[in-house]
Write a protein that binds this ligand. Sequence first.
Ligand code: ADP
Ligand code: MG
Length: 610
Amino acid sequence: MSDVIKLLSDAVANQIAAGEVIQRPASVIKELVENAIDAGANNIQVIIKDAGKTSIQVIDNGVGMSETDARLAFERHATSKIRKAEDLFCIKTMGFRGEALASIAAIASVELKTRKADNELGTHICIAGSQISSQKQVSCPEGTNFIIKNLFYNVPARRKFLKSDRVEYRHILNELHRVVLTNPEISFSFISENKQVFKLTTESIRQRIINIFGKSLNQNLIKINTDTSIIKIDGFVAKPERSKKTSSEQFFFVNNRYMYHPYFRKAVEMAYENLIPQGEHPSFFIYFSVNPANIDINIHPTKTEIKFEDEQSIFQIINASVKESLGKFNIMPSLDFEENITRDVHLTSKTSIKPPNIKINPDYNPFEQTEDRKNYKRDKIPSNWDSLYTPSGANETRDDFFLPEENEPIQKNLIEDASMKTEEKNIFFQLKNKYILTSGKSGLILINQKRAHERILFEKFLKLLETRKGVVQKTLFPVIFEPSASERAILLEVMSELNNIGFEIAMLGQEKFEIRGIPGDLTDIDPKKTLEQMIYVLGEISGSAELVLHEKIAMSLAKTAAFKIGKLLHEQEMEDLFYRLMSCANHNHTIEGKKILEIISIDEIEKKLN
Ligand code: ADP
Ligand code: MG
């Protein structure tokens, strides 16, 4: 039999490698901007068209490349940043794999103009599908200018998987946030569709955070600063009232590199326990400095997951350090640290560490002890958050959500069709605060209560969007909403529709919005948090081609306003929910196609019990 194994051509090998490094336009931007930072640039411009799908340009004023380097840069494993395996343990640059440019050149057309300071002329290279089509000398400014066009033009399957422009744009903004937040000494400008999205000049980290996430963050940032022998922690945590329904303002950086670290995130979130409502997340911008030899940044091709040598000890240090900062601002009961434990830790990876010794007054009740505390609670925590997301009091019912409206009769025939009309009395049970059980004509009916509530609200809001008959309920005071750039783009797209269903949102200049009213059906909600969460859900589902805009808006509102899993329901509430569900056009599935109810037939039950 003849031999069958062949070496892949470089172009194919690069295309395969590109799958790991370049998933979307945002990955190209990340790689090019990181290269610009490694090249010592202090001014970087990013210009995109069609969320980067049509073109991405990154211009820097860094050291530039020689003619030979400019060609070599596109070869796989070509890098100026490491030479030998040991270098991997003391990486100081953003890149080091020598894969990015080779990958980009394999799946897009690339034009590069670059010049070093001591060369009079620069180099101009055009390359596509890993083939250089032209190289000539050019007169150009010192530094490097990349234009990447038609991403995935030769890999249609990958191009098809790109999401809508809005989703891809959000990914780009997220990526840019991560780099600009670590390099406040570098000026950045970002232009999308010929419009300036941001222009950041050299500034402090604090100022940069505020410039990106809005001025309202200014009074909410608390400094965090701890220096131990295994890790140094700097940065800011936000006061509890800045908490969000999403984790969009949670950032860890290690040695100036963005890091995704769910375990350390838990350490921060635990420090906020009992200070913020369940389901909300504190904002934080935490910068770690560690000896590069003690971390492994090589475990993930896009390098956002980083492994530490001593994660358990660091967990304790982060948790204590956040508590200390919150304590300093009287947000936590005051903590008394034994200085030499938190400040001077000498450990090896095998050493077990005790949590810092914290003295806490056991009688302390964070919400009731002092007048200050009482005021704090009243002022800072919206009085109504708990009614939406926690079990309601024993005698409260959420009539506004559950009870059929007068003009919305229960479709009795639908219930009969579904063989669900209960024969004897309507007895409802709740299981694990998650499922509703009731008996039907043909067996036992199981309902996922959260999905049922989402379906009911979805149909209700869809109807309101179509009839434009939303009733506005004025807020007591107008609420100012200062969205981030990505939130703003989404809000502008749906604002007029939201105003049709009962929101009253107005623009105040370019960056601020004022919420003056909310739909009458949404009593007891925090207008700003609801809007934020809706925008988040809209961003998540905006790529879905099956849904029209009205459905997306109704779905985002339903998902935001539906009660959370774990809500205790009283029998009357369960019954109301059941009948409201039965009056829905589709009571079997959520809009995403997930099952809302299931019937276990008498036959099945008999079989099981035989
Ligand atoms: P890596 O960054 O991992 O080294 P890349 O493929 O991203 O790999 O880049 C390859 C090389 O090209 C870099 O090591 C660097 O020498 C050079 N290079 C890339 N971009 C720039 C730039 N903007 N300015 C100067 N040199 C650059
Ligand atoms: Mg690189």
